[in-house]
Design a protein around this ligand. Structure first.
Ligand code: LFR
Length: 489
């Protein structure tokens, strides 16, 4: 049996990908793809989790129709969002989407009651308004008390398929409730939220065998016999597992999708005061690793511009219009919280440019160019910070995920950071998810082998830095904008 299926659901789309190992090469075949997004109901933002579950089932049914009778299956999604269940295992509430505004100002409020230094020393997790800690603090107290179980989104999807409740570690770490030293939920943080340890399931590591999809589901929807393997259920954890092996050169990665996650993999967390001041995170990875990284407002910016523009142009068209627009004309401090979920991204970008006395981008091409230029410049700043914090110089930046397809952004990044960028594979998240299944099934020995196989199975494009005219002036302009934005957060 050589069929492994990754269910990979991001904030804007989901897919089921079949992975097979043929003559030492990993082959991917997309079985099913669907869109995703949160919707606003009475002023709050929610995911449609039943729809996502149904899409998984439809995808599996398609696999069966295509002749797959047996497979293993792993699930990954974005992080931080949770599902409350009652004692019968029924959902108590729709699932809030992390960009919901109920957490506006909550981080500061909590910071007055619970020392942020202490929370960082315990958890090593960066301060983001949407961390589960803040979401739960902002959640209706009675509803939380009534919850028999609190599962993360992928945990819940596994539960619906198998009946088994887990809290998978890579995703659970983004709750900002796990203690790095004890490797379990931190009692003080739980009691701050008036929560009990029993409301969470046992912490489960990637690679655990979770049993088969229930016979009822298999029969009712005509599905393959699927053995569920616990993936690195946080999509970023899977994406980092899917970063190709690097031969002898020190490297950092960017997992480039809705977010740009820039960082390195470490064997030990760095949760000192410098890392805290720079707001770097230590999310738990598979196989005893930590992802020391920073969230950068990534392709969400262009996704929103495209949506508000009525979807007239594809992402490829927007990138080519950006390539034809004047470079470095207007820049935005793209990681400022104002861009997290503004009422209107296009207006927010224009306003930011106007406020800083720069030309206001009008056309979709100008808006896209402003976004890509600003992202490349922010990568440079955060890369330098990363080198300072880890004490490790970076020679190569590996960009994986959908953003690896964006040639303009990859070239701009190489030019601005002055180092080689290696782009690809775009499907690193599905690949990391599959790697865990293949290792668990004995098809691969370990993650080193998986990363070598990934490196030789997919085309990886190299971008070498080209000179940027008047770079010093550009960097000075960027530093002013970037520092002013940090000061105003
Ligand atoms: C990327 C990602 C990031 C996480 C954000 C919210 O899809 O999972 O890693 O910080 O979404 O969950």
């Amino acid at each position: 049996m050589n069929n492994h299926i990754a269910v990979d659901i991001g904030a804007s789309s989901g897919r089921l990908v079949l992975g097979t190992l043929v003559d030492g090469s990993l082959k991917l075949e997309e079985i099913h793809r669907f869109s995703n997004g949160f919707t606003e109901q009475e002023g709050s933002c929610f995911w449609d989790i039943d729809y996502l579950f149904n899409e998984i089932v439809s995808g599996l049914h398609k696999a069966k129709s295509a002749g797959i009778t047996e497979c293993t299956l792993g699930i990954d999604t974005w992080a931080v969002d949770y599902v409350l269940l009652d004692a019968e295992g029924k959902r108590i509430k729709e699932v809030y989407a992390y960009r919901d505004r109920r957490t506006d100002g909550v981080m500061d409020e909590v910071g007055k009651l619970l020392s942020p230094e202490k929370v960082y020393a315990k958890t090593g997790i960066q301060q983001l308004t949407f961390n589960t800690l803040y979401q739960l603090y902002a959640h209706d107290r009675e509803e939380l008390e009534a919850a028999d179980q609190i599962l993360m989104v992928p945990d819940y999807l596994y539960y619906r398929l198998s009946g088994r409740k887990i809290n998978e570690v890579t995703n659970a770490s983004t709750m900002q409730l796990l203690n790095l030293a004890t490797r379990d939920f931190d009692p003080e943080l739980l009691s701050f939220l008036h929560l009990r340890r029993e409301q969470f399931a046992p912490l489960t590591e990637p690679g655990e065998d979770l049993g088969f999809i229930t016979a009822d589901l298999v029969q009712q929807y005509d599905l393959p016999q699927c053995r569920l393997i616990c993936a690195a259920t946080h999509d970023t954890a899977s994406a980092v597992l899917g970063v190709p092996a690097q031969q002898g050169r020190s490297s950092a990665y960017i997992s480039s999708g809705t977010w740009s996650l820039l960082g390195v993999e470490l064997e030990r967390p760095i949760n000192d005061s410098r890392a805290m001041a720079a707001n770097y995170t230590n999310e738990w990875g598979a196989y005893g690793t930590y992802r020391f990284l920073k969230n950068i407002m990534g392709l969400w910016l262009i996704q929103e511009v495209r949506r508000l523009d009525g979807g007239r142009y594809s992402f490829a068209e927007l990138a080519s219009m950006a390539a034809g627009s004047e470079g470095f004309r207007s820049l935005i401090p793209c990681n400022h919280p104002r861009f997290l979920n503004p009422d209107n991204m296009i207006e927010e970008i224009r306003q930011s440019c106007a406020e800083s006395g720069q030309p206001v981008p009008e056309t979709p091409g100008e808006l896209a160019r402003c976004i890509f230029d600003s992202l490349a410049l922010s990568y440079r700043s955060y890369l330098a910070e990363l080198e300072g914090l880890t004490g490790q110089g970076i020679e190569v930046l590996q960009i994986v995920g959908g953003g690896a397809n964006n040639e303009l952004l990859c070239q701009l990044t190489a030019d601005i950071i002055g180092r080689e960028v290696q782009a690809g594979p775009t499907e690193s998240t599905a690949l990391g998810n599959l790697a865990v299944q293949m290792i668990q099934s004995g098809r691969m020995t370990d993650i080193h082998e998986a990363r070598s196989v990934i490196g030789t199975s997919f085309a990886i494009k190299s971008y070498l830095p080209q000179p940027v005219p008047q770079l010093d002036q550009l960097l000075a302009r960027w530093d002013d904008l970037h520092s002013a934005a940090i000061a105003s957060e």
